[in-house]
Design a protein. Structure first.
Length: 303
């Protein structure tokens, strides 16, 4: 089956993802661009994290270790350019919509892809792509109707006796597209200056804790969304009510308890609630002890 029920207006449609990761990176001196790290994670893994909601993710490149499972494809001939690479990736997709991404997008988020998919669904366009800070189209940060891509790829192949070497604008120029401005998510890393800029901006764009948590989850193979605010509040209460070293130890024990319970975010929240209540009881006892030692009023014994 290749068809799925249409999503309601305003609701992102189910999708597959094709990630193009086989470029020559000439402006990086031929470096392995998808493997370069920003915020401790390979650029490719950052992109794969953003499209983790895809039913199928195809990476067009030579296989390599990745943080998430993917399918691999290769254009013919290897190095044949983005149009040929896209066609190779589409052979392994079945969803009505396909997100097409380059492998060098350090600030791409799942929310951005939802915006693009919703735009395609609601406008009836063949696709929706991001535009950068200068208003330029970014066709490799986009969501497309899969049938429209296949239609135009077939026409291009017939007209040019193949797809190798064709520029991407030959494909996108034939599509009805809607545009979504997003200078941050569309930022790509073509040069060493771009890499340096991305590494600096990781700590500057206001989400360093989110970046760190995402990196740790990828490193440890954890796919679990938790309320970081709850854990930070717990750490604060443990540090204040018990002792500063209690903060990291308590949050570790909360995670361990949730894992033993084989639970998800709910188990973490419950363990955090109980540990927070305990820390507050310690603080109450400490306050009562301080009052007693100073001759002031003490809290009544609840026991």
């Amino acid at each position: 089956m290749t068809d799925t029920a249409p999503a309601a207006p305003g609701t992102p449609a189910p999708y597959d993802a094709v990630v193009l990761a086989g470029g020559a990176a000439r402006r990086l001196g031929g470096a392995d661009k998808p493997g370069l790290r920003v915020g401790g994670r390979a650029l490719l893994d950052r992109v794969l994290g953003a499209c983790a909601g895809a039913a199928t993710t195809v990476v067009v490149a030579a296989p390599r270790p990745t943080a998430r499972p993917v399918r691999w494809a290769r254009e013919e001939p290897p190095g044949g350019g983005p149009v040929a690479a896209l066609e190779a990736g589409l052979r392994l997709t079945t969803a009505v919509h396909t997100v097409v991404l380059s492998a060098d997008l350090p600030f791409l988020q799942a929310a951005t892809l939802r915006r693009l998919l919703t735009a395609v669904q609601d406008t009836g366009a063949d696709g929706a792509l991001l535009t950068d800070g200068d208003g330029r189209d970014q066709p490799l940060v986009a969501a497309y109707r899969t049938a429209a891509l296949r239609r135009e790829l077939t026409a291009l192949a017939a007209a040019h006796d193949g797809l190798a070497g064709l520029p991407l604008r030959r494909l996108t120029g034939a599509l009805k597209l809607t545009r979504v401005p997003d200078p941050l998510a569309s930022f790509d890393c073509d040069t060493w200056d771009d890499i340096a800029d991305a590494r600096a901006r990781i700590r500057e764009h206001g989400h360093v804790l989110d970046e760190w948590i995402s990196a740790v989850k990828d490193e440890l193979g954890i796919d679990l969304d938790v309320d970081t605010g709850v854990l930070l509040d717990l750490a604060r209460d443990a540090a204040h009510g018990v002792a500063r070293p209690a903060a990291p130890l308590t949050t570790f024990l909360v995670g361990y308890a949730a894992a033993r319970a084989e639970g998800g975010p709910e188990a973490v929240a419950e363990a955090a609630r109980r540990a927070t209540a305990l820390a507050l009881r310690w603080e109450e006892e400490n306050a009562a002890g301080r009052d007693a030692s100073s001759g002031g009023p003490s809290a009544p014994d609840a026991g």
